[in-house]
Every structure is written in structure tokens, then in C-alpha cells.
Design a protein around this ligand. Structure first.
Ligand SMILES: *[C@@H]1O[C@H](CO)[C@@H](O)[C@H](O)[C@H]1NC(C)=O
Ligand SMILES: *[C@@H]1O[C@H](CO)[C@@H](O)[C@H](O)[C@H]1NC(C)=O
Ligand SMILES: *[C@@H]1O[C@H](CO)[C@@H](O)[C@H](O)[C@H]1NC(C)=O
Ligand SMILES: *[C@@H]1O[C@H](CO)[C@@H](O)[C@H](O)[C@H]1NC(C)=O
Ligand SMILES: *[C@@H]1O[C@H](CO)[C@@H](O)[C@H](O)[C@H]1NC(C)=O
Ligand SMILES: *[C@@H]1O[C@H](CO)[C@@H](O)[C@H](O)[C@H]1NC(C)=O
Length: 347
């Protein structure tokens, strides 16, 4: 009797250990373990740090904070690095006057925490750097968060040189970091120059024809990124700007049907011989997993909805950014005032 009670914790520990040791899936699927990193279609959250209800703001692109985006299935996180606020780098939408999505370090800390909690997941980060921030300065928060040490550094840019997901997992090199401009791998080897590896089709699409043509980068590069988010073009004082086309989300994020992500991937595949490696979407949780379903189909897998995908936020719900400490919350009206400020400054 005594014996069995004292053995119970040990037994439970044993069960847990065995469960952890026998967890063999890679990014949630057994079938992905022996596939090269470059031979998988990943869903990416476009403008992942800009969080708020889809119904609320013209400056947000996702409903849920980055940890929840990862929980739902996003395996690429895209964002914009800017150096316009204080001394630290922030993730801002076009300009920090318009929308400040918080400090880069706080964001990277959440990603690192999530990766530590999910030891069999590989995640790609893609940042734009339109301010031309020196890569050494960009590297600092990556180093502080611990992500730089976890980053995989390829030896060449050949699509067929990438290791399999299980190798990346076993070596704990579970994050791949790309930056669009001003990378310099002689200075910081782990921040890869996006266009050495990837080409992209056009962003800011305003019609759902999804032609999947080379727009940025070299079409000969093996991996490519399909920007699958639909915008509305608006005009303020003669200046054009783009905001997510919320009304079209049920179609844009659907797994099948005309204009859907599934349809976009099929069109890309027909044109380029293989599916895109990355597909970027707005409001990844809209569709209750439909974007992840579309990627699973592209990967030849049966999609299982985990049943834990958060529903879209109501417009009056409180916003929780991944890095709420330094977030300036701006409503649509605020954004427009910000845009005016920016226009005046730019003029
Ligand atoms: C991965 O490889 C398989 C088998 O060659 C191919 O059918 C598929 O299109 C590839 N997927 C990607 C994203 O490259
Ligand atoms: C929507 O806007 C209202 C009013 O500005 C604000 O209180 C609320 O937090 C916002 N909700 C989201 C999800 O952004
Ligand atoms: C994985 O780690 C082993 C042992 O450190 C190393 O020899 C190998 O090159 C690594 N593989 C990759 C793809 O990084
Ligand atoms: C990259 O860094 C190296 C080493 O510091 C430097 O010599 C080179 O000029 C840099 N390249 C660019 C394009 O800035
Ligand atoms: C999303 O799909 C899952 C699995 O089919 C289901 O259990 C869940 O209730 C759905 N959630 C919503 C909000 O529709
Ligand atoms: C926002 O964060 C607070 C504190 O972490 C939490 O209590 C609250 O439930 C969160 N709200 C939403 C909508 O996620």
C-alpha cells in the first residue's frame, strides 16, 4: 500500500518521459520528418506583430498574438523592423507613427519561449528592413533572446542542400531567419539574405487572380513565397495606401474554391512545378484552420484541425499584443492622423 503510493510519482514521471521520448512528429506530422526543410509548404502570418480585431483597425493584420499564431499552426512569422522610436528596434507598420507593434526583443522572446515549449517544431522568421538598419544592430535582440544560437546556417543556397526537419530538430537548429534587405552573412551568418534563397510574387494584391509571377528576387531560386492576402486600395489626400480586404477573408483564406488559398497554391504549382515553400496570409485564424488545411493538402497530408484555433476577435475585444509593454494602440482614426503626420513629415 505504502509502496504503491510512493511509487506513483515515479510512475507518472516515467510515463511522461516515455511520452516525450516517443514523440516523433516533426512540425506536427510524422510524414514531415524526412522531408527537406525546403520541400515543405509552410503557412506564414503576414505582418504577425500587428494585432487587433480585423473589424477594428486599418493597421492590423492578425487577430492573435504570435504565440497563438504558432499554436494555430503558423510556421513562418513575417514582420517589419524599424528604427524610428527609441534606441531599441521596434516592429512597426510602415512607420512607427502609424502603428507600433512593440519591441523586437519582446517579440523574439515570445517566439523563443514557444520554441522551448515545443521542442519538435521548426519556425522561419522573415523580416523586412526598409530603414536599412545595420545587421549587427538587428542581430543584438536575436542574440539576447537566444534565437541567434538556435538559428540554422546553411552552407550554400541550393534548394536541395537543406537538411530534413528531423535533422534540424535533433541539432536544435530550429529557427531559420531571413531578412529582405541589408543582410550581410560575413558579419552575421545566421541572418540570411532572403533573396539568396527565395523569390516572392507581388504583395498588396487587390484582385484575387493570384498570378504567382516573380516580383522580387531571382526566379531561378528554388524556394518561393506566395503572398496570399488581399488588400483594398484606399486614398487619403491623394496618397494611396492598402488595408486588408476584410470582407473577402472568408474566400481568401478558404482551403478550396475560386480565389482561395488552396486555389492560389494550385495555380502556383501548375506554373512553377512545385508548391510555394511559404504562403503568407492575413488573419490566419479566420477560417478555423482553413489556411493550415490548404498547406496540408499541398504537403500531401491529411489535415487534422486541433480544435483549439481561436475564433476571430470581436471589434470590442481587448487587444493583447505579444509585447504589450510598448504597444501604442491606435484606432482607425488614430492611424489616419498618424498617416497625415507621416505625409507632412515626408513632404
Ligand atoms: C516536395 O517534394 C515532392 C516530391 O518530389 C514534390 O511532389 C513536392 O511538390 C515538393 N514540395 C515542395 C513544397 O517543394
Ligand atoms: C477596438 O477599438 C476599441 C476602441 O478604440 C478598443 O477599445 C478595442 O481595444 C479595440 N479592439 C481590438 C481588438 O483592437
Ligand atoms: C548536426 O549536428 C552534427 C553534430 O554536431 C553535425 O555534424 C552536423 O553537421 C549537423 N547537421 C546539420 C545539417 O547542421
Ligand atoms: C559585409 O561585411 C563585410 C565584413 O564586415 C564587409 O567587408 C562588406 O563590405 C559588407 N558587405 C556589404 C554589402 O555591406
Ligand atoms: C473549428 O473546427 C474544429 C474541428 O472541426 C471544431 O472542433 C471547432 O468547434 C471549430 N471552431 C469553430 C469556432 O468553428
Ligand atoms: C489579455 O492579457 C491579460 C493579461 O495577460 C489577460 O488577463 C486577458 O485575458 C487577455 N485578453 C485577451 C483578449 O486575450
Amino acid at each position: 500500500m505504502y509502496l504503491s503510493i510512493s511509487l506513483l510519482p515515479i510512475l507518472l514521471l516515467l510515463v511522461n518521459t516515455v511520452a516525450a521520448a516517443t514523440e516523433t512528429t516533426c512540425n506536427g506530422y510524422d510524414e514531415l520528418c524526412n522531408r527537406r526543410y525546403s520541400n515543405i509548404t509552410y503557412v506564414g502570418a503576414h505582418d504577425s506583430p500587428f494585432i487587433g480585431s480585423a473589424r477594428n483597425s486599418s493597421m492590423t493584420n492578425q487577430d492573435w498574438a504570435v504565440a497563438e499564431q504558432l499554436d494555430h499552426g503558423a510556421r513562418m512569422l513575417q514582420g517589419q523592423i524599424h528604427a524610428q522610436t527609441d534606441s531599441s528596434l521596434h516592429l512597426c507598420h510602415t512607420n512607427c507613427f502609424l502603428h507600433d507593434g512593440g519591441a523586437l526583443l519582446a517579440y523574439l522572446d515570445s517566439v523563443k519561449r514557444w520554441l522551448d515549449e515545443h521542442p519538435r517544431q521548426v519556425v522561419t522568421l522573415l523580416f523586412t528592413n526598409s530603414d536599412g538598419v545595420d545587421v549587427e544592430r538587428v542581430a543584438e535582440p536575436f542574440r539576447q533572446s537566444g534565437l541567434l544560437d538556435m538559428a540554422y546556417v546553411p552552407s550554400d543556397s541550393n534548394r536541395n542542400s537543406w537538411p530534413t526537419l528531423s535533422t534540424l530538430i535533433e541539432n536544435n537548429t530550429r529557427v531559420v531567419i531571413f531578412m529582405d534587405y541589408h543582410a550581410n552573412t560575413s558579419k552575421v551568418p545566421a541572418i540570411l539574405d532572403e533573396f539568396d534563397y527565395i523569390w516572392e510574387d507581388a504583395f498588396n494584391a487587390v484582385d484575387a487572380s493570384w498570378p504567382c509571377q516573380v516580383d522580387r528576387g531571382d526566379g531561378e531560386k528554388g524556394m518561393y513565397l506566395h503572398n496570399h492576402y488581399l488588400d483594398k486600395q484606399k486614398s487619403l489626400l491623394g496618397t494611396q495606401y492598402f488595408t486588408p480586404d476584410i470582407d473577402q477573408l472568408p474566400t481568401t483564406n478558404a482551403a478550396t474554391g475560386e480565389g482561395s488559398l488552396g486555389d492560389g497554391i494550385q495555380g502556383c504549382t501548375a506554373k512553377h512545378g512545385h508548391p510555394p515553400t511559404f504562403v503568407l496570409v492575413d488573419y490566419e485564424s479566420h477560417g478555423n484552420g482553413s489556411v493550415y488545411h490548404a498547406a496540408a493538402v499541398a504537403n500531401g497530408l491529411n489535415y487534422h484541425n486541433p480544435g483549439t484555433i481561436h475564433p476571430p476577435k470581436a471589434a470590442n475585444e481587448e487587444t493583447n499584443s505579444s509585447s504589450s509593454t510598448s504597444t501604442i494602440s491606435i484606432s482607425t482614426a488614430g492611424s489616419l492622423i498618424g498617416l497625415l503626420v507621416v505625409l507632412i513629415i515626408t513632404i
